[in-house]
Ligand binder design. Structure first.
Ligand SMILES: C[S@@+](CC[C@H](N)C(=O)[O-])C[C@H]1O[C@@H](n2cnc3c(N)ncnc32)[C@H](O)[C@@H]1O
Length: 242
């Protein structure tokens, strides 16, 4: 199924649900979303000195997790093209006293507003499947990272045990959109969620895109039975062969 991922449609949809986005994340994932974000940050093995770029930052949960982790990033920049999502993020950063370490910038994942080789680590949580040309965004992540820099991407997948899939798909395709519609009052956003997941390459298929971009040490780890995947990778050190 082809899904419309034009920037105007995607940013408009997230702007429309921004006020209910955090609540729905927690409800629909039964609180697992915080654990998934923590795992992504932990995979970066931060030392406290890094500059972290969080792409598709939304309301800045990963950006905040990156700054608040033990030996968290020294500086974090979050990028997103949905202004209302960023506005909620700005309020959260102020409430948590993180405004001096975390900066939010409006921009597109396919043309990141950062200099080449300027960040030590990059994250995207539940954003890459929304990007019109994911390969272009992956090339942008590569460009932004310093040689030796690390990448962590979270995205939905399917349960690794085939026996669990029908039950999960029933929840994901039928129950989740109803709850999403009722809480967000948006008719299409939570129909779009399962459609976008169904049309996105996951597991080894997405790992191959990262490898083709030039990343090394690419790993696809299933979390929570595989309903989410954590992809980790490294930009090779300068001079190292691809
Ligand atoms: C599902 S939300 C994830 C937000 C956050 N990372 C989290 O974990 O909650 C996806 C976000 O990606 C943003 N997004 C999608 N495509 C984008 C693009 N091409 N450039 C910038 N932001 C994009 C949307 O505006 C939205 O805020």
């Amino acid at each position: 199924m082809s899904v419309d991922k034009s920037p105007a449609k995607i940013s408009g949809m997230f702007d429309a649900i921004a006020g209910r986005y955090d609540l729905l994340n927690t409800v629909l994932s039964a609180g697992l979303d915080r654990y998934w974000r923590r795992r992504a940050i932990a995979s970066l093995e931060l030392t406290g000195r890094e500059r972290l770029l969080d792409v598709c930052t939304g309301t800045a949960d990963v950006a905040m997790a990156g700054a608040r982790a033990t030996r968290g990033a020294a500086r974090v920049v979050g990028v997103d093209f949905a202004g209302a999502m960023l506005a909620h993020g700005v309020t959260k950063l102020r409430d948590k006293g993180l405004s001096d370490r975390v900066q939010l910038v409006r921009g597109d994942a396919m043309s990141l507003p950062v200099q080449a080789a300027s960040v030590d680590a990059v994250t995207i949580a539940f954003g890459i499947r929304n990007v019109q040309q994911p390969e272009v965004a992956c090339a942008e992540l590569w460009r932004a990272l310093k040689p030796g820099g690390r990448l962590a991407i979270l995205e939905f997948g399917l349960p690794v045990f085939p026996a669990v899939r029908p039950l999960y798909l029933w929840y994901f395709n039928h129950v989740l959109p109803r709850i999403g519609r009722a809480v967000s009052k948006h008719t299409a956003a939570y129909d779009y969620l399962p459609q976008s997941v169904g049309s996105f390459p996951w597991g080894d298929a997405f790992a191959r895109i990262l490898t083709a971009t030039g990343f090394s040490q690419v790993k696809a780890r299933p979390l929570s039975l595989g309903i989410v995947y954590l992809y980790s990778a490294k930009k090779p050190e300068a001079g190292a062969g691809l």
